[in-house]
Every structure is written in structure tokens, then in C-alpha cells.
Ligand binder design. Structure first.
Ligand code: UTP
Length: 408
């Protein structure tokens, strides 16, 4: 793209501020900025003017969940089916590690965070240790695909190498990068993070399968006969990965996606709840849950929307391939965005100063034909690290790890 073409594109989207320092740049930086302008999708940014429109929902109704007593009753049968699928190499793990972890505020990838007290214990290590319990039982390793972003890819890979992949076979760990999206101020104007570079952030965890395909890994998936992807967040240190009971239950119930859920602690707890939307599986974010839905009861007299997702899903590969080209809704999220101030100096905000534009994995559920919500015990499987202190923090996760017998 040449300068004239770049100007035409920026003018069309009202983003001419991106060229503020263009004349000061050396030739290589000019070229890099023009290339970035060319590949950036600016059409999505107009969304910040009609956020309400973007969050319109369909008709919500309850979706039955497989609750713990039912799981216990069939545990042996489901576990055997799950272990068999794992032994046959049909199950892969997909670690979402492309996020910026801005709430935790560490410069390193979140997975490098050390949660140990008397010894080193990194988040990535916790996850590998959890998975090892399953692979030891199955007598087979599962492939782990790790999604990073251009902001943390090199550091993440270097860390895994330095730590010898935490004892997991290196040929079973595959890294790929997700795409980026521009980050803007509250008026939808793209910030600069350098004089020759627009501010960008990872485009959300919803694009993971498209990014995996774009990275050329689909051949690897097919060649290895992978039929299921267990997708999970990096920040839940109690995450059960490739849980054979969950895998077996989803296969037995012939669902194309399974979602681990926990019973809500209170009707207004801030978690996305599993439900049907216009008759298809879906997740409604807590801020879209009306009072009526919050207090609705099912025929058993229990709250009708009582199970929250914990970002642990099992997707059938054939379903993923069918929805590959389906557009996901856009989420416009307030975040802290490092950017140049009016004097051209880098400014790292302490509080949110603009929007990031993301697709979310939870919206993929609505594209699937059938979903099994699978209840798990919160204290055994859900210890997310989002914040430095308080709710969902390092401290709360450490307490839960200790409660589950992990020496810190
Ligand atoms: P979060 O929604 O907690 O976002 O991600 P985050 O970026 O890690 O943290 P904050 O909001 O800035 O504090 C949930 C999971 O999705 C992954 C994260 O790495 C985490 O495992 N994720 C998030 C991605 O892989 N890519 C993204 O673009 C965003």
C-alpha cells in the first residue's frame, strides 16, 4: 500500500490521526506503518458508536444441565469412554494464552506468573501438571496447541523451552499466534503506540480455530485424527484438562460441544450463564441477564439459569470446520491501552482509556448444534487469576490450590 492509498483508507474511516508523525519516520518505519494500515480491519471500529445495537439478544430459554449426581451415577462409563478417546489420540488440548492479562498487570505472559510460596510454581506448570494426571492414567499424551499473540509469542515459547516444557514431550506442544485488532479511544479513533505503529491488542479468544487454521495446523489435526478440542483459559490453575469423564459424557450424549459449568453462588453472580437462545445453545453474559431471567424457576423449582461457564469447552472438530466461516458478534471492551500522549510520549494508563474489539469463544457455542452443560465442583475446578488482589486473584487461587492439596 502506498501513502496515497493509505490516506484514502484512513480518510474513509476517519483515522487520519494515524499519520500524525509519518513525516518524522525513517523509510523502514514508514513502510511498516503503511503495511499495518493495509492489513488492519477498520470497518469494525464504527461499532463503538452503536454498542447497544451489537448486544441485542434473541429469545432466552433454559437448557438442562448434567448435574453432579447424574455424573456420579455414570462416572465409570463416561470415564472409560473418555479414556478410550484419549488413548486413540482423538482429544487435543487448546490453551488460550493470547490475552494481555491487563487486570493482573504483569508485563510477562500470564502463564509465567509464579504462584508458588516456598518453591517456584508457574501457572503454565500447574496446567501441565493437571493434564499429566490424565495422560498418566490414559497411558498416552495429548497434543497441546497453545494460542499466543504477537505481543507474547516469543516470550511464551522461550519460557517453555527454558523450563524444558515442564517435562511434557516437546513434540506434543504446538504454538500458533492469533490475530490482532486496532485499539481506540472512546470515540473509535485508533491510538498510536509508537510514532510509526498503531496500538493493537489481541482480537479476543473467539478467533482461535480460524487462527489455528490460518497457521496451517489443520493438516496436523487431521493427520493425528483429532476429533475433539478441549479449549481452556490459561488463568484457571485448577483447570481439569481433557477430563475423561467430561469427554466421555459429551461423546455419549452425542453433543457437538460440551461446556463445564458451576452452580451459581447467587442469582446475580457475575458469570455467563448457559441457556438456549432462539432454540440454540448459548451463553448470556451476566450484564444481559434481566431480573426476570435471574429469578425464573424451572419445573423442579430451581433457578432456571443457575449454571455459569468457566471457560472450559469441548468442541467436536467436525462442528468447528462447519462453523469456520460464520461471523461471530463483536464485543467492544473498555481496557487500559498504552498509547502516545499529545506530546508523543508513551503513556501507560492506570485505568481504562479506550476500547478493544474482540470476538469471544463463548459466542461459538451459539453456532453449535447441541451442547452438554456439565456441572463441576467449583472449589475443585475453578480458581481463576484475573486480578492482583481480592476476587479471582493470586491469593484466592493460592488458597484454592492449597485446599486441593497442591504444595505451594
Ligand atoms: P480474559 O478475558 O481474562 O482476558 O481472557 P485477558 O486479556 O487475559 O485479561 P484482561 O481482561 O486483560 O485482564 C480469558 C482467556 O482468554 C485468553 C486469555 O489468555 C485467557 O486464557 N485470551 C483472551 C486470548 O487467548 N486471546 C485474547 O485476545 C483474549
Amino acid at each position: 500500500m502506498n501513502l496515497e492509498e493509505a490516506k484514502a483508507k484512513l480518510e474513509k474511516y476517519g483515522q487520519m490521526q494515524v499519520l500524525k508523525y509519518y513525516d518524522e519516520l525513517d523509510d523502514a518505519s514508514k513502510e511498516a506503518l503503511l503495511a499495518q494500515i493495509e492489513k488492519t480491519d477498520m470497518s469494525i471500529l464504527a461499532g463503538c458508536g452503536n454498542k447497544e445495537e451489537l448486544s441485542k439478544r434473541g429469545v432466552i430459554s433454559p437448557l438442562d444441565c448434567m448435574e453432579i449426581p447424574e455424573i456420579k451415577e455414570h462416572e465409570k462409563e463416561y470415564e472409560a469412554a473418555g479414556l478410550e478417546a484419549i488413548k486413540q489420540g482423538k482429544v487435543a488440548a487448546l490453551l488460550l494464552a493470547g490475552g494481555m492479562g491487563t487486570r493482573l498487570g504483569s508485563d510477562n505472559p500470564k502463564g509465567m506468573y509464579n504462584v508458588g510460596k516456598t518453591r517456584d510454581l508457574y501457572i503454565f506448570e500447574c496446567l501441565i501438571n493437571n493434564l499429566r494426571e490424565v495422560t498418566d492414567k490414559a497411558g498416552a499424551f495429548v497434543h497441546i496447541y497453545v494460542m499466543t499473540s504477537e505481543k507474547n509469542n516469543d516470550t511464551t515459547i522461550a519460557f517453555f523451552k527454558e523450563k524444558n516444557f515442564f517435562g511434557y514431550p516437546e513434540d506434543h506442544i504446538h504454538f500458533f499466534m492469533q490475530a490482532m485488532a486496532a485499539a481506540t479511544d472512546y470515540n473509535g479513533k485508533i491510538y498510536l503506540e509508537e510514532k510509526g505503529r498503531m496500538a493493537t491488542s489481541p482480537n479476543g479468544n473467539g478467533g482461535w480455530f480460524v487462527s489455528l487454521v490460518n497457521a496451517g495446523l489443520l493438516d496436523h489435526v487431521h493427520a493425528n485424527g483429532i476429533e475433539w478440542f478441549n479449549v481452556f483459559a490459561v488463568d484457571n490453575v485448577l483447570q481439569r484438562i481433557a477430563d475423561p469423564v467430561f469427554v466421555g459424557a459429551t461423546i455419549t450424549k452425542k453433543c457437538t460441544v460440551g461446556a463445564k459449568v458451576v452452580r451459581k453462588a447467587a442469582p446475580d453472580e457475575k458469570v455467563g450463564v448457559i441457556c438456549l437462545e432462539d432454540g440454540k445453545p448459548s451463553i448470556v453474559e451476566y450484564y444481559d441477564l434481566t431480573e426476570d431471567l435471574m429469578n425464573a424457576k424451572n419445573e423442579k423449582g430451581d433457578p432456571a439459569y443457575n449454571f455459569g461457564v468457566i471457560l472450559n469447552y469441548l468442541f467436536a472438530t467436525e462442528q468447528l470446520e462447519r462453523i469456520l466461516n460464520g461471523a461471530l458478534p463483536l464485543h467492544i471492551v473498555e481496557k487500559k491501552i498504552p498509547c502516545l500522549d499529545e506530546n508523543g510520549e508513551l503513556f501507560k494508563p492506570e485505568s481504562p482509556n479506550g476500547y478493544k474489539y474482540e470476538n469471544l469463544v463463548l459466542d461459538m457455542i451459539h453456532q453449535c448444534d447441541s451442547c452438554l452443560p456439565f456441572e463441576v465442583e467449583r472449589d475443585r475446578e475453578f480458581a481463576p487469576i484475573k486480578n492482583k488482589t481480592g476476587v479471582d486473584s493470586v491469593e484466592s487461587a493460592q488458597a484454592l490450590l492449597e485446599k486441593n492439596g497442591v504444595v505451594l
